[in-house]
Design a protein around this ligand. Structure first.
Ligand code: GLA
Length: 347
């Protein structure tokens, strides 16, 4: 705790959750639709004002400190310092902070532990410096910190899920307008995370290549972003050169799956939602090529043991899958999955 480490009470306490994305993968940087839900696992930031950016991270058992205005150094403090930097860049009057960080968000690829940290830090700064920021502004500043300070070219999904998501609901987000709607998760079902145990490999270069391929597809199709291409345009999409045609086909069909999936949930058709999750995985595996054999295997294991739907979640290249199951089946499902895939973490 802050008090034990720094010897005084913190002035503020804030927290923010990680997320798992149910549908709409690699659509956010194409101005498309996403459908994530916050995890119950949160990151907590206890903080007081300081002239510097200094923090102790319990997970790493490490204290780090830097001057205001110092650039990124490739360590975990970048995510804290980046938030202070982003707020100051936006013209907000903030100084530094002294923070004590704890987190229950599993350090598993695909669950947005970085967005949870950023949003928690900005919520703490908002309270410390009495800033008039709403959930969307918090998310945008968190993304700015990650893209411009840390140097990871992410979309807006993770920060919006963490900032504007609510427990027990999924966030239907239009990443172009940033309008969002909370959709209750179906009662009697459970969203399960299945970690493959495989760390993400070459995720950053793969991610950036996919982004560039999508931009190329949009340029060739003469649209601002692939969001502006619909299922009716698939013949033109398929006529694009390889592999840009398949990358674009994933984005176009994935956007359509999000819209259909939300309609399905609204009319209580959980089965259909599950089919769309499986279809999303196939598209990420075959067209977008961001899966790995272990995630494909895990999704098939989930299917074999009765998951209504399952797919890789987050950027891919390793990390976790998500499954939707009947809540009452959880213990049985977990032990069956572990028999076939002992390396998994199921929660
Ligand atoms: C990462 C990024 C998100 C999004 C997903 C893929 O999680 O941070 O912005 O692009 O990958 O859907």
């Amino acid at each position: 705790m802050f008090k034990d480490y720094f010897g005084s009470e913190p002035q503020v306490r804030a927290q923010a959750p990680g997320r798992v994305n149910l549908l709409g993968e690699h659509t956010d940087y194409n101005d498309g639709f996403v459908f994530p839900t916050p995890l119950v696992y949160q990151t907590q930031v206890e903080a007081s004002p300081s002239e510097r950016v200094e923090a102790y991270a319990e997970r790493f058992g490490e204290f780090r400190s830097r001057e205001l205005g110092e650039g990124a150094q490739g360590d975990w403090l970048d995510y804290v310092a980046g938030c202070v930097w982003a707020l100051r860049q936006a013209g907000l009057e903030v100084g530094g902070l002294r923070a004590y960080v704890t987190s229950q968000v599993p350090a598993v690829g695909g669950l947005s532990s970085s967005a949870a940290l950023e949003v928690a830090v900005i919520r703490a700064l908002r309270e410390l410096y009495r800033l008039p920021l709403d959930d969307v502004q918090v998310a945008l500043l968190a993304q700015k910190a990650e893209v411009e300070y840390v140097g990871v070219r992410c979309g807006i999904m993770d920060q919006m899920a963490s900032s504007a998501g609510r427990p027990g609901q999924a966030l239907f987000l239009d990443t172009r307008s940033l309008e969002s709607d909370l959709v209750p998760l179906p009662e009697g079902y459970r969203v399960v995370v299945l970690d493959s145990g495989v760390p993400r490999r070459l995720a950053e270069s793969g991610y950036n290549t996919r982004r560039a391929e999508c931009e190329e597809a949009a340029r060739l199709l003469g649209v601002k972003a692939l969001r502006d291409v619909g299922l009716q345009d698939l013949p033109e999409v398929e006529a694009l050169p390889e592999p840009v045609n398949r990358r674009a086909r994933h984005v176009v069909t994935e956007n359509a799956r999000v819209l259909e999936g939300i309609e399905a949930l609204r009319r209580g058709d959980v089965q259909r939602f599950g089919e769309l999750m499986y279809a999303s995985h196939a598209s990420l595996r075959d067209d977008y090529e961001v899966s790995i054999p272990e995630l494909d295997e895990l999704v098939e294991v989930a299917r074999k043991h009765g998951a209504i739907g399952a797919r890789l979640t987050g950027a891919g290249f390793g990390g976790a899958a998500v499954a939707l199951i009947k809540a009452e089946d959880f213990e049985r499902f977990k032990s069956d999955v572990l028999k076939d895939y002992p390396k998994a973490q199921v929660f």
